[in-house]
Design a protein around this ligand. Structure first.
Ligand SMILES: *Cc1c(COP(=O)(O)O)cnc(C)c1O
Length: 410
């Protein structure tokens, strides 16, 4: 491997080995080559971003079954735009005031056990998060974390949306949530960022009645790292697009996007919206669309074989070390077409350190400090364990990871 000879090294940074999955912090996975090539070609010309977004919308419509779609600078940005759309709809005055939501319904209801660090994305639009339910199930009680009536009970005239994160172990189905939401005329926003593959999640949430879904373009799809997308109801996606697109245009020559079916057209041009700071370049949109097409046609079963090969290569290299134990989980991978969660189809190697003189923390830090640095999953590091996710590794890198762990422990 040509370590030290990368563009990152040449500018004084460093290429790394990402054994931690699709994490943004580690640069995400490698972009698909075809997507990078398409970006190169896109870079040779100029293009009208609104037009390009309309083409992207049609492509996303065809792939996901949603009424419309919009390319964003990540799932987090898509969540902020989705929230903004639910708060303002097509009211340009409200759009101009965000994140000030005084006097506007701005509450986003989220089951408490789904709260995570990305809820900042909802709040960025001026929303106030209202927790519902408890964490009883997670505490081992024989109850569920949230009851349907708790969602219904929390809906008031201040409710702008319901937030929902698809998680393994959810005790409330999305269909039931969207049913209650629909009866109360409240849109449901899904954070599906980390749920591709399985590919069928591209259509699942929409099928189950979600109004807006945010996905990453630079995680499982392997498009440009700084992309994501929003899909959902036409008028809501339109309201998101208006708050994202550049609005530096004279009113006499401005032609609105035509894709929405809403009838609330106002006179004049809206101001730059809350999403203007999350702009997406023409090359990013092209790169994303190219990657999306390849992702949709990809045989995830083939990928599973590659992932398994990489983990077994590492496991084989460290298996004979007496102070190390390791296990590939889940033991039984689900057929991708039957899967709901990524963790059901993407195996990881959990490494356990049983060495009186060496902790997992020390090993992880040494891996991080090596050349090239290797980053692994450190969630269980205080329990003397770390994990290897094969998604962003090449075969060569996997072997190198195994050898490095071997050297550090032996
Ligand atoms: C990665 C992730 C995000 C953010 O996605 P970006 O595309 O990096 O903005 C949001 N929510 C969850 C659950 C994620 O895993």
């Amino acid at each position: 491997m040509d370590i030290g000879d990368s563009i990152y090294d040449r500018i004084g940074s460093e290429r790394i080995i990402n054994a931690g999955g699709t994490k943004t912090r580690f640069g995400g996975p490698r972009i698909r080559e075809e997507a990078a090539d398409a970006m190169r070609e896109a870079a040779k010309y100029c293009a009208n971003i609104t037009d390009l977004q309309e083409v992207a919308s049609k492509r996303l419509q065809a792939v996901t079954g949603a009424e419309a779609g919009h390319v964003t600078s990540g799932a987090s940005a898509a969540l902020t735009l989705a929230t903004a759309a639910c708060i303002t709809r097509m009211d340009y005055g409200k759009m101009a005031r965000l994140p000030n939501t005084e006097g506007i319904p701005n509450e986003v209801l989220i089951p408490r056990y789904m709260r995570n660090t990305y809820d900042h994305a909802f709040r960025d639009a001026g929303a106030k998060i209202v927790d519902i339910g408890h964490c009883d199930f997670s505490h081992g009680q024989e109850t569920s974390n949230v009851e349907l009536w708790e969602i219904e009970d929390a809906i008031t005239e201040n409710t702008a949306a319901i937030g929902f994160v698809p998680l393994p172990g959810n005790q409330i189905t999305l269909e039931r949530v969207t049913q209650v939401a629909d009866q109360n005329d409240v849109p449901v926003i899904i954070d599906g960022a980390g749920t591709l593959p399985p590919t069928n999640n591209l259509t699942r949430y929409i099928e189950h009645g979600a109004n807006l879904v945010a996905f990453s373009g630079g995680k499982g799809i392997r498009g440009p790292q700084g992309t994501g997308f929003l899909i959902g109801d036409g008028p809501l996606v339109e309201a998101a697009a208006v708050q994202h697109l550049d609005m530096d245009v004279h009113r006499t020559v401005w032609e609105r996007s035509t894709r929405a079916s809403h009838d609330q057209v106002q006179s004049g041009v809206p101001r730059h919206g809350i999403g203007r700071g999350f702009k997406v370049g023409k090359e990013d949109i092209i790169g994303f669309l190219t990657a999306l097409d390849l992702f949709v046609d990809e045989d995830t079963g083939n990928l599973q074989d590659q992932w398994m090969w990489r983990l077994r290569a590492i496991k084989d290299l460290i298996e004979d070390i007496p102070t190390v134990d390791s296990a590939i989980t889940p033991e039984q991978l689900i057929n991708p077409s039957d899967a709901i969660y990524r963790s059901e189809i993407l195996p990881t190697l959990q490494v356990f350190i049983e060495d009186p003189d060496l902790t997992a923390v020390e090993i992880v830090k040494s891996l991080n400090r090596g050349h090239p640095p290797i980053y692994v999953g450190a969630r269980d590091v205080e329990n003397n364990s770390f994990s290897i996710n094969p998604f962003s590794l090449t075969d060569d890198e996997a072997v190198l990871v195994g050898q490095r762990i071997q050297e550090l422990i032996n």
